[in-house]
Design a protein around this ligand. Structure first.
Ligand code: FMN
Length: 244
């Protein structure tokens, strides 16, 4: 990580465009080139990301980087578990996530946005309503890290409070932006959370840890149709109230 040549206070972000471009060009990439990422790039990226703020500088992040044969073994076991669960939904009780990432009961407008996102993705992929096999195939791509050469597993110490998950989000966003600065793309993934028991066995995570999410990281495949999917956003004016 290149240290700043001037102090943090006096550093001028001369190029606003680069910062905005990193934010605006980040999207959830769901197809990657078969091209390795240098370890030094990953080390540097994580060192930059760790400058994320956290309450009283608690730095709750803990990252497992999975690549090569280690990744293949994990992918194979989780894909098999997901397939078994699809065939026998009874098995779902064995694969319960450690915290409720999504609400038990969906309400508007969130359910509407969720649907728009799902249908939009399937639309780009030509998957029509009710085409369960294709939906299942696409879901299964999660557990192949969408073909990315690098998988990241994020965990947190269970001793920490809810606020630390808030800090964690900033770290995860930093990872994704620092990735952009290095020509890389990412896809954060809660899909892995159900399989934390299998994952922990593979990465050697301990009892005191809780799975936060997974992430695919690599060089995005520009020719993949899935990577043309662009999500919408609510206008800032719709969620901002000005009290003056
Ligand atoms: C914590 C988190 C978990 C997510 N989990 C998944 C996932 O399991 N699979 C997936 O395909 N996308 C996942 N996403 C991606 C979201 O669908 C995506 O961020 C959202 O639709 C906005 O699209 P964009 O990231 O392309 O801007 C996740 C995003 C976040 C922040």
């Amino acid at each position: 990580m290149k240290e700043l040549s001037s102090s943090q206070v006096s550093t001028v972000i001369a190029d606003q465009h680069s910062v905005d471009a990193a934010i605006l060009s980040r999207f959830s990439a769901r197809a990657y080139l078969n091209k390795a990422v240098d370890k030094t790039v990953l080390e540097d990226l994580l060192a930059v990301a760790a400058r994320a703020p956290s309450g009283t500088n608690t730095q709750p992040w803990n990252v497992y980087v999975v690549q090569g044969a280690g990744k293949d073994n994990l992918v194979n076991e989780v894909c098999a578990a997901n397939e078994a669960m699809t065939a026998n939904p009874e098995l779902a009780k064995e694969y319960v996530e450690a915290y409720d990432y999504y609400p038990a009961k969906w309400v508007s407008p969130f359910i509407d946005r969720r649907r728009e996102c799902g249908f939009g993705l399937y639309g780009v992929l030509g998957i029509t309503k009710g085409d369960k096999d294709k939906m299942q195939f696409q879901h299964q791509q999660n557990f192949r890290f969408f073909g990315a050469p690098v998988g990241l597993i994020f965990t947190i110490d269970k001793a920490l409070g809810r606020g630390s998950l808030f800090d964690y989000g900033m770290f995860v966003q930093n990872v994704m932006l620092a990735a952009r600065a290095r020509g890389l793309h990412t896809c954060p993934q809660a899909a892995w959370n159900n399989f934390h028991k299998i994952i922990f066995k593979h990465v050697g995570a301990q009892e005191n840890e809780m799975m936060v999410c997974g992430m695919s990281l690599g060089y995005a495949d520009e020719s993949a149709i899935v990577n043309t999917f662009k999500t919408t956003r609510v206008e800032a004016s719709a969620f901002t109230k000005w009290i003056e």
